[in-house]
Each structure stands twice: as structure tokens, then as C-alpha cells.
Design a protein around this ligand. Structure first.
Ligand code: PLP
Length: 428
């Protein structure tokens, strides 16, 4: 049986059944809009705005506007600039995340202040955030310039508390909802609470444009500023005149065509991710030492479950675990990495437990792609000198956590197979 199986990948791009993406892309060619501007970009921005402004509780819709960009990373970068982040400034950012949340802070010569996670959402702990804000003020004389919470694997952060704290100290919030497209808190879409909200349309995200991102903005002034910076920051002269350093970050009309097509299946995708999560929850409820991660039991949380995650207690014995980390890996695990630096040692001073690595390898031998959860940024060598405020929760989760396949390509049968494989991997 396992011989005939195709690999079940963690999360794959999935086009609409009726080929809407190709229709819009073809239109871009037919009308000669093969540039980073045009009707698909406008339409995609309108669709995204409608999506962002929708509420599930029938109250007044919001009035947010969305700017499409070349990547989610570009969106973080421009949001930081628009929040006035400059050389030497500090920015509070969730440590438990993908590097695109924090790297743009360093692009600007600013410094990340890493904030640890809370147990139930795995996201930015509001208590630690406030502690960090006060301590930075005392140590540097300045408040951090921005706060970047991250919807890890789609899970909503405690945005009510975070906004309360941000408002108290007058600090802007940039929501990194790259993984949380369609997740809601209190019926409101993530990315619409702060000054800016980041979306990503990379190949593995909730929807894709092959590569791309967007910023949810609060007003026309912010939209203008973001668009100006995204198109090389030009002044109104017949020639190119610049009074600021800009970027080439606008989305191409071809990619936006894919986005317009993907918007027709966004709701379906979100529903499928939630369905897969529910199935995992049901099938995994009584495996000793193994836990599927769930959103808090609080009706305000509505996660899109972009990726499903589980934790393995250290006491769980996994087949082959005595051989974990014995060999140096030749390629990076996961992601479309073009070039990966070769390393000398198979281990680092902060890594998933042996049973987790053994589980990953066992699942791979069964053609199921599982991955460790994000390694906390404050444990990354490149951030060795960064300041961190943590209770160690994200470090503990990194040792025991693992991402499971999710998304439109994962069938009910796949989930049953994956859970059977997890059970098979455990030595009783
Ligand atoms: C994917 C992602 C981004 C942005 O990524 P791009 O690949 O540049 O679109 C930002 N933050 C997080 C947490 C992400 O997962």
C-alpha cells in the first residue's frame, strides 16, 4: 500500500477546479498588462479588501484597504518603514516565528526585541510584551517603535490584550498574519486590528500567487505611502526625481491574476484546513504522550489551521530514535531553498528532541512530509546578540513540536493514514 502512495506534502498550492487563475493570467497577456500594475492588481486588491472588511457577526463591515506587494517579507519591510522604524530603533517581535517576521527589522538597521510565547496560543505573550516595553524604556530611554505579533500556523494571537498594551504606550502594531489569512478574533479578520496587517501568497500559504504578499492598511494616506515606497519613491517630475529610498516591491499583474482566481476558492481552502484539523483532533485523541495542538476553548478564537501541529512528550519512544541526528543532512528540510549552506555537525545546541526527529524520519519513510516547528529567532545564531524576554515556552515547544500535512490536497484518507503511521512509529 505505502509503495503506491504519493508523498503527502506539508502544504501545497492548490488551484481552483475551473481554472480561474489561468483565465485571469491569460487576460493579462491578452490585454498586454504584463507589468507590476493593471486590472488584475486592482481587482485582487478589491477582493482582498472585501475579504478583510467582512465580519462574521453582522456588525458594520470595516473600511480597510489592501496594497498588493511582491512578497510578505516586502510587506513587513514597508510596514516597518511606514511606522517610522529607523537605524537604532527597537521593535518587539514574536520570537517563535519564521524569519520573515524579524529580518526586515535588521534590513533597516533597527534591532529586534524578541518576545516569548504563551502556552495556549503559542503566540506573543502580552505579559512579556509589556514587561519588555517597560524594561526597554528604562534601559534605552525610548519605547520600541512597533510590535509584531505573529499568527503562528494560523492561530490568532491575543490581539485584544496586545492592542490594549500598544495603545497604552502609543506603539504601532504590525500584525504578521502571513500564516493566518482568514483566521479571525471575535469575528474580525486578523490583520485588521493593528496599523498594518501582513499577508503572504507564497506557494505554501493559504492562497498563492506563486509568490507575493499584501499589506492591509487603515486609510488612504497609508495606502499612498506604501505604494510610493513600493514603486521606487518618485517625485512628480518628467524625469526620475527621488527624495527617499524606495523599493521595487509592487505585485505583477500576472501574479495578481493567479490571486484573483485563488480568491474564488479561499473560503473552500479555509474550510478544508479546519476540516483536516477536526479529523486529526478526533483520530489523535487517545495516543499517549501525543497531542494535537488546538485553539483555546474560547469562542473568540477562529484559527484557519494553516498547518496542523502536534507535540510529542519526551517519554514517547519512537522507532529509530537512537539513530536520530547521527548523519549530517545535505539539504535543508522543507521550503524552496535555492542554496543551503553545508554544515559540519548534524546537531546544534537547540534542536527538536530525538524522538521528534525520529518521528520526522519515520513519517518520511512512509511518504509523509512532517517538519519541526519554527526554531525561535532568539535561538538563531544570527540573532545571538539580540535581546529576549521569555519564559522559555517557545524553546520547550520547539523541542517537542511538529507540523503535520494540511491543506486542500490532504484527503480524509490521507489523515487516517498519517495518524496510523504516527501510531506505528511509536514503540510500546
Ligand atoms: C511566509 C511568512 C511571511 C512572508 O513570507 P513571503 O514568503 O515573503 O511571502 C512572513 N511571516 C511569516 C510568519 C510567514 O510564515
Amino acid at each position: 500500500m505505502s509503495e503506491e502512495r504519493k508523498t503527502i506534502y506539508l502544504c501545497l498550492a492548490h488551484m481552483s477546479e475551473d481554472g480561474m487563475e489561468q483565465k485571469y493570467v491569460k487576460e493579462a497577456f491578452d490585454t498586454n498588462w504584463v507589468v507590476p500594475i493593471g486590472p488584475n492588481v486592482n481587482a485582487f486588491e478589491q477582493d482582498l479588501s472585501n475579504f478583510a472588511n467582512s465580519k462574521t457577526d453582522n456588525t458594520e463591515p470595516l473600511d480597510r484597504k489592501v496594497v498588493c506587494l511582491s512578497a510578505g517579507t516586502a510587506a513587513v519591510h514597508l510596514a516597518l518603514i511606514a511606522c517610522g522604524v529607523q537605524v537604532g530603533d527597537e521593535v518587539c517581535v514574536q520570537s517563535f516565528t519564521f524569519c520573515a517576521s524579524s529580518h526586515p527589522i535588521t534590513y533597516l538597521g533597527a534591532k529586534p526585541v524578541f518576545i516569548g510565547s504563551e502556552k495556549d496560543t503559542w503566540n506573543m505573550d502580552p505579559e512579556l510584551l509589556e514587561k519588555a516595553i517597560l524594561d526597554r524604556k528604562e534601559k534605552t530611554g525610548k519605547y520600541p517603535k512597533a510590535i509584531v505579533p505573529v499568527a503562528l500556523y494560523g492561530m490568532p494571537y491575543r490581539i485584544d490584550r496586545i492592542m490594549e498594551i500598544a495603545d497604552k504606550y502609543g506603539i504601532a502594531v504590525i500584525e504578521d498574519a502571513a500564516e493566518g489569512m482568514g483566521s479571525r478574533f471575535n469575528g474580525q479578520v486578523l490583520g485588521t486590528f493593528g496599523k498594518f496587517g501582513v499577508l503572504s501568497f507564497n506557494g505554501n500559504k493559504m492562497i498563492t500567487t506563486s509568490g507575493g504578499g499584501a499589506l492591509i492598511c487603515r486609510n488612504a494616506e497609508d495606502v499612498n505611502q506604501i505604494m510610493w515606497y513600493a514603486t521606487q519613491a518618485r517625485d512628480a517630475y518628467p524625469y526620475y526625481q527621488h527624495t527617499a529610498i524606495g523599493f521595487n516591491y509592487r505585485m505583477s499583474n500576472v501574479c495578481a491574476g493567479i490571486g484573483c482566481g485563488q480568491m474564488t476558492v479561499l473560503d473552500q481552502h479555509i474550510a478544508h484546513h479546519k476540516h483536516v484539523q477536526a479529523l486529526y483532533e478526533d483520530l489523535m485523541k487517545d495516543i499517549p504522550g501525543v497531542k494535537i495542538n488546538k485553539q483555546p476553548n474560547d469562542p473568540r478564537y477562529d484559527s484557519n489551521y494553516w498547518l496542523c501541529t502536534m507535540t510529542l512528550e519526551p517519554s514517547v519512544k519512537v522507532k529509530g530514535q537512537e539513530n536520530a541526528y547521527k548523519e549530517v543532512i545535505k539539504t535543508a528540510v522543507g521550503g524552496a531553498a535555492g542554496v543551503v549552506h553545508q554544515v559540519d555537525s548534524p546537531t546544534t545546541d537547540c534542536q527538536p528532541n530525538d524522538n521528534v526527529e525520529a518521528m520526522r524520519l519515520f513519517m518520511l519513510s512512509k511518504k509523509v512530509e512532517c517538519r519541526p516547528v519554527w526554531k525561535p529567532m532568539h535561538k538563531q545564531p544570527v540573532y545571538a546578540d539580540a535581546v529576549v524576554y521569555t519564559n522559555g515556552i517557545e524553546e520547550d515547544l520547539f523541542k517537542i513540536g511538529m507540523c503535520l500535512p494540511a491543506g486542500p490536497y490532504v484527503t480524509d484518507d490521507d489523515v487516517r493514514y498519517i495518524v496510523d503511521c504516527i501510531k506505528e512509529a511509536i514503540e510500546l
